[in-house]
Design a protein around this ligand. Structure first.
Ligand SMILES: [Zn+2]
Ligand SMILES: [Zn+2]
Length: 541
């Protein structure tokens, strides 16, 4: 499915009209006859003064204590397509009710998501009160509820609400005017805008103010994506309407690296509604916790965590430690580290250590590196290689950390350009080790429908590229000396998965004539080959 924005998005009639107004100095009413739209503002006003007029005036803003609205729209994500070079793909449509109590510092979003993945509607509520949050209902496509909201998700959700409701930013400026400063001009939709930069705990936010009207056309900021790192985020506001003297947008669009990832259309907008206190109460047995470092991590990575939540695959738990129970030595020098959601293998060769898979984010790799440093049998050997099974962010976003630690990146050649871009990407929003190291970056590639061997007497490693509809750069890793196979997203030993993917794996093992004994999953556990054969309904190889 491709994303087709309505023509109104790209031809904002008010802008066309205002451009004409600048030339002809005619009083310009938008086609919606927007009430409260001022004419030409005096150029002598400061940008902040213009911005306040554009939103309905300081008094209206200061009087805003609560609001509510209903939204419908779409969410799109990127980073999990078949090719590494894909664009954002619509993954979910939604109809949500938002209730925001500014005075009580709490809000609630009642969500109905219709997702491509899972093919059904998910209804749940996100409740945030102060620095705690709770998710009531099943939000994940795996049929479970997040329940106590991890602080990363809390930080992400709060940031998203602030960026899509700019009057919250304006109220912060009124409370502490020194956080805002004039930041020159910029061109948007052919109109010169005055820019105002606002300090923010995650990253500064730039407000784009139309100097003729004081209207906020868009805001821009930077966010961290765990794989892509520094990423440009813009929020565009359209169809501002007068609601009890306050100007509020009816349409809000989020663009990430110029890709439309979130569009919402608002209705039933209420200013200062009575919101019942019990809307914001957690269930009696709920015990959410606030962890500041995780909250900031989520706030800096807001659109990543919002996007994953939207598709029903929340990745909010901060996996920054390897629990003592996670690593097990499954053969001499061969370690399987079973993480909470994603697994890793560490293979000891004579020359050094090879890491299979770099899941989640650099912080997870840092935890693996900490564990490696603490394992005496590795004898401080260097990490020579880090292999990723495919380009999807949740299996490769930790690669930068291993590269910074000196590893050569082993990727399939189709994704080489993509990963070269990833390794060069700036990471200033959330600096990682590679941002600080400026180390040389070495790649080794696995040819298309070919294989690469990392030779060793005890633990040689073969990396085979195989055909898969999940990702066109999919590789599986085989250890010929003990028949072990590592793979991701094809089959989860102990759990199963999508049958078509399991068949791909089974056929790849068969066609490459790999004498596999045991399969280790990037998800799930480990299990004998016979378990996969049974799952795909084969009689054996
Ligand atoms: Zn994948
Ligand atoms: Zn996966």
């Amino acid at each position: 499915m491709s994303l087709m924005p309505t023509p109104a998005v790209h031809i904002p009639l008010t802008h066309v009209c205002l451009t004409a107004g600048l030339l002809l100095t005619i009083a310009c009413e938008g086609p919606q006859g927007e009430p409260g739209l001022p004419g030409e503002l005096s150029p002598n006003l400061t940008t902040l003064q213009k911005a306040l007029i554009g939103v309905g005036g300081q008094e209206a803003l200061e009087g805003l204590a609560s609001f509510s609205y209903t939204i419908s729209g779409f969410d799109a994500t990127f980073g999990a397509n078949v090719s590494a070079y894909g664009s954002a793909v619509v993954q979910a449509s939604f109809g949500n009710d938002v209730s925001y109590d500014i005075v009580g510092d709490r809000f609630r979003v009642d969500r109905d998501y219709r997702r491509t993945f899972g093919e059904r509607t998910y209804s749940y509520s996100e409740i945030i009160s102060g620095n705690l949050g709770y998710i009531d209902g099943v939000d994940s496509v795996f049929g479970v509820s997040t329940a106590e909201m991890p602080s990363a998700r809390w930080g992400s959700t709060r940031k998203h609400m602030m960026l899509t409701n700019p009057h919250l930013i304006y109220q912060q400026i009124l409370a502490a005017p020194t956080i805002a400063s004039e930041a020159g001009v910029g061109l948007h939709d052919g109109v010169v805008h005055e820019l105002m930069e606002v300090e923010d705990s995650a990253h500064p936010i730039t407000l784009w103010i139309n100097p003729s009207t004081g209207r906020l056309s868009k805001l821009s900021t930077m966010a961290n994506y765990h794989l892509e790192r520094d990423t440009a985020v813009e929020v565009h506001f359209h169809r501002w309407q007068n609601r009890d003297g306050l100007m509020l947008p009816d349409s809000v669009f989020v663009l990430v690296n110029s890709m439309l990832t979130h569009e919402e259309y608002r209705s039933d907008i209420a200013v200062n509604p009575e919101l019942a206190a019990d809307l914001f109460v957690f269930p009696p047995d709920a015990q959410p916790m606030y962890v500041e470092v995780e909250a900031l991590w989520g706030a800096k990575s807001h659109q990543f965590h919002q996007g994953m939540a939207a598709v029903g695959l929340p990745i909010d738990k901060y996996q920054r430690t390897v629990a003592p129970s996670e690593p097990s030595e499954v053969a001499t020098g061969v370690w399987f580290i079973r993480g909470p959601s994603h697994n890793t293998m560490v293979i000891e060769q004579e020359a050094g250590l090879v890491v299979l898979e770099a899941p989640l984010y650099p912080e997870r790799s840092a935890a693996i590196l900490d564990w490696i440093a603490s394992e005496p049998s590795f004898d401080d050997k260097p990490i020579t290689h880090a292999v990723v099974t495919h380009h999807h962010h949740d299996h490769s976003a930790g690669l930068r950390e291993f590269v910074a630690a000196g590893a050569s990146a082993v990727v399939q050649e189709r994704s080489l350009d993509f990963f070269q871009g990833i390794m060069r990407a700036p990471s200033k929003v959330l600096p990682d080790r590679l941002e600080a190291t400026k180390t040389a970056i070495d790649f080794e590639t696995v040819g298309t429908m070919s294989s690469l061997t990392l030779p060793d007497n005890t633990n040689p490693i073969e990396v085979h590229h195989i055909p898969s509809d999940h990702a066109d750069d999919m590789v599986i890793v085989f250890l010929p000396n003990n028949g072990f196979l590592f793979e991701s997203d094809l089959y989860a030993p102990g759990f199963g998965g999508t049958l078509a993917r399991a068949v791909e794996l089974y056929e790849a093992i068969s066609e490459n004539a790999l004498p596999v004994t045991t399969i280790f999953g990037g998800h799930g556990k480990s299990g004998p080959l016979s378990e996969l054969a049974e799952y795909v309904g084969a009689d054996g190889l």
